[in-house]
Ligand binder design. Structure first.
Ligand SMILES: Cc1ncc(COP(=O)(O)O)c(C=O)c1O
Length: 409
């Protein structure tokens, strides 16, 4: 733990960084890779001189690293500004191959970045969007209900591998199999999944997988892994004469952030290093540590009077991302009081709009979200729970003593 934390200079600020689901901190090797690329001399790709050749090598290395992480070939990787931008672009591309009346299945558990693109293209192309519900009692996806929505017009099943709001994992293999049995594509959002579990497109049986390196210790960037024959067949917006570009790269437009590619290679190397160079071993270690944090947080948070946890209470069925509300204190006020104690958390809906609506939280300011990553400690879990205990106790005292202007005459 000490070694891991020493790699992340931002952690020296002393705050409890529980804002990981919104974006992780970066280790020295990532920061150095980004700076190193610029320091050594950057250049656009395609030239015959040294710095341009180095950029060409860097792009190839980034595709290899993205491919290794996602169980995909380097040609199946597309980099973009972020997941949302890539998903809009890919949804537009696949929609051009669909016919009016074709159906897309989305879920209530998803971040809107995997819902809004489908609503947009449905409007453009006369497609039908069906929404799979969550079970309100534990904020997990109702996969039986999702399967019930599949039919012979279903073309895409777009779902999240893990909820960025409540941490629930989904059974990606089962959903992918059901999608394929209906003749549809399995389209997975792995943005929240990737810092916690290996986003292995091939092993999960997905056709398209999207993730964002800035959530897994890298720089701000998006990655799509797209099954080769699909990437080759969809229409892509290309400038001339780049129209011959192979597979996934066809969905990359313009000049990318080469320094972000350098940082992404370093981030994936960093993760692999946690498992002695083996990504699966690294993720197994991450998971073990995170499940232990989850056990601590679940045990304490759920025992606090006036605190409601929105999410599943089995550490193995979730990421260590906790969504909760405190009776009598708004999510914003709880986040502010935690911020005063240097505990960094989010409040609101975190763009998991349908989920917050389904849980009845949206109209009350959403909820508080405390998200742990492998660099967080048991001491930080205790720090969060101690602080929430104090805030909840103060809320209870406030509820018992009416304000002067509310007191009976
Ligand atoms: C689950 C999930 N999907 C998609 C996104 C959007 O990713 P990006 O910021 O790379 O567009 C986020 C961002 O928070 C997310 O948590």
């Amino acid at each position: 733990m000490e070694h891991v934390r020493s790699r992340f200079p931002a952690l020296a600020r002393g705050a409890a960084f529980l804002d990981g689901p919104g974006g992780s901190q970066a280790p020295e090797e990532v920061i150095e890779a980004i700076a190193g690329h610029l320091r050594r001399g950057t250049a656009n790709d395609g030239g015959v001189f040294a710095t341009s050749r180095e950029t060409i090598e860097l792009i190839a290395a980034a595709r290899r690293a993205g491919g290794a992480l996602t169980g995909s070939a380097p040609e199946e990787i597309a980099f973009g500004a972020n997941m949302t931008t890539l998903n809009f672009l890919l949804a537009h591309a696949v929609a051009r191959t669909l016919a009016p009346g074709d159906e897309i299945v989305v879920t209530e558990l998803d971040h809107d970045a995997n819902v809004a693109p489908w609503l947009r293209v449905a409007e453009d192309h006369g497609l039908v969007v069906r929404t799979a519900p969550v079970r309100a009692e534990d904020a997990t996806l109702d996969v039986d209900a999702l399967e019930g929505l599949l039919g012979d017009r279903t073309r895409v099943v777009a779902f999240t591998l893990a909820s960025n709001a409540v941490g629930s994992l989904t059974d990606a293999r089962r959903i992918a199999e059901a999608a394929h049995a209906a003749g549809a594509l399995a389209w997975g959002d792995a943005v929240h999944y990737a810092p916690h579990r290996r986003p292995d497109r091939a092993a999960l049986g997905l056709d398209v997988l999207l993730c964002s390196p800035y959530k897994f210790f890298g720089p701000h960037l998006g990655v799509a892994a797209i099954r080769r024959n699909l990437a080759e067949s969809w229409p892509a917006d290309r400038v001339r004469p780049a129209s011959e570009t192979p597979a996934g790269h066809r969905f990359e437009t313009g000049t990318p952030s080469f320094e972000a590619l350098a940082g992404t290679v370093a981030a994936i190397d960093y993760i692999a290093g946690l498992g002695g160079g083996d990504l699966d071993a690294a993720y197994a270690r991450i998971r073990e540590h995170e499940e232990s944090l989850s056990r601590d947080v679940l045990e304490r948070l759920t025992a606090i009077d006036g605190v409601t946890l929105h999410g599943v209470d089995d550490p193995a069925a979730r990421t260590p991302t906790f969504c909760f509300t405190v009776d009598g204190t708004s999510p914003r006020a709880v986040a502010e009081q935690l911020a005063e104690r240097d505990v960094f958390v989010w409040d609101g809906n975190y763009y998991a709009l349908s989920l917050m609506e389904a849980l009845g939280l949206e109209e009350h300011g959403g909820a508080v979200r405390a998200g742990f990553l492998h660099y967080n400690t048991a001491a930080e879990a205790a720090r969060l729970c101690d602080a929430v205990e104090e805030i909840a106790a103060a809320g209870r005292r406030g509820a018992r003593s009416p304000r002067r202007d509310e007191a009976p005459a």
